[in-house]
Ligand binder design. Structure first.
Ligand SMILES: Cc1cc2nc3c(=O)[nH]c(=O)nc-3n(C[C@H](O)[C@H](O)[C@H](O)COP(=O)(O)O)c2cc1C
Length: 200
C-alpha cells in the first residue's frame, strides 16, 4: 500500500492539520505496517501557482517545449506521479479565510490535468484517478461543519470526485481558536473521528 500525506498548513511547527494527518497515517500503518509513506509538505516547499507561462508550457506539445517549459511541467508531473502511485491520500487542510490554503489550491491545479487525471467523454467528465481513497483532515479556528460557512467540504468532495476519488472521509478539528477548552475538545473530537474515517 502507498500512502501519500499532503500537508498544506503554512505552519511548519504546531500545525494541527499536519499533526492529525500524521495520526491518520500512523493509524493506517497499524493495519498496513509495510505501507510506503510519502509526505509532501506544501507549506515548507510551496508549489508554484498556475500562471500564463505555465499554461503555455502545458499546452505546448512535449517535444516542442523549451528547457524552461519542460522544467516547469516536470514539477507538475512529479505531483501527478505521486498521486497516481498512492492508494490512500491523507490531506491536512487548514481553513484560511473560509477556503483551502492557496498552497493546496496550487497542488490541485497541478494534479488536475486533462487526459491524465480526468477526461471529458460524450457522457461527461470522467475521473482517471480510480481505486483510491482519501482522508481529509480539516483544522479550523471556528466551527463550520454542516453550515453554509463550510465551503471546503463540498469543494474538496467535488474536485476529488471529479478526478475519480469518490471515496472521501473527513476528519474535523474545529473551534481551535476559541480558547483552551474549545481547542482541547476540538482536538479530542478529531482524534475520535480517525477510527471511523480509516475503517469506512
Ligand atoms: C491566515 C489565516 C486565516 C484563517 N481563516 C480562518 C477562517 O476563515 N475561519 C476559521 O474558522 N479559522 C480560520 N483560521 C484559523 C485556522 O483555521 C486554525 O488556526 C487552524 O488550526 C490552522 O491550521 P493548522 O493548525 O494546521 O495550521 C485562519 C488562520 C489563519 C492563519
Amino acid at each position: 500500500m502507498n500512502i501519500l500525506q499532503i500537508n498544506s498548513s503554512a505552519r511548519s511547527e504546531g500545525s494541527f492539520s499536519t499533526r492529525i494527518a500524521k495520526a491518520v497515517v500512523e493509524r493506517l500503518r497499524i493495519d498496513q505496517p509495510q505501507a510506503e509513506v510519502t509526505v509532501r509538505d506544501l507549506g515548507r516547499a510551496p508549489h508554484p501557482m498556475l500562471e500564463e507561462a505555465t499554461l503555455q508550457a502545458l499546452f505546448t506539445p512535449a517535444e516542442q517545449r523549451t528547457p524552461a517549459q519542460a522544467e516547469r511541467v516536470a514539477l507538475d508531473d512529479a505531483l501527478i506521479a505521486e498521486v497516481q502511485k498512492a492508494d490512500v491520500l491523507v490531506l491536512g487542510v487548514p481553513m484560511y479565510n473560509f477556503s483551502v490554503p492557496a498552497q493546496l489550491k496550487n497542488w490541485i491545479d497541478a494534479i488536475s490535468r486533462a487526459g491524465v487525471t480526468f477526461r471529458y467523454t460524450e457522457q461527461g467528465p470522467e475521473g482517471l484517478l480510480k481505486g483510491k481513497k482519501a482522508v481529509v483532515v480539516q483544522a479550523r479556528g471556528g466551527v463550520h461543519r454542516n453550515s453554509p460557512t463550510d465551503t471546503m467540504t463540498p469543494y474538496l468532495k467535488t474536485i476529488l470526485g471529479f478526478l475519480g476519488i469518490t471515496e472521501v472521509e473527513f476528519v474535523y478539528a474545529e473551534g481551535l481558536s476559541m480558547g483552551p477548552e474549545a481547542e482541547k475538545n476540538g482536538l479530542a473530537a478529531a482524534y475520535e473521528q480517525i477510527e471511523q474515517a480509516v475503517s469506512a
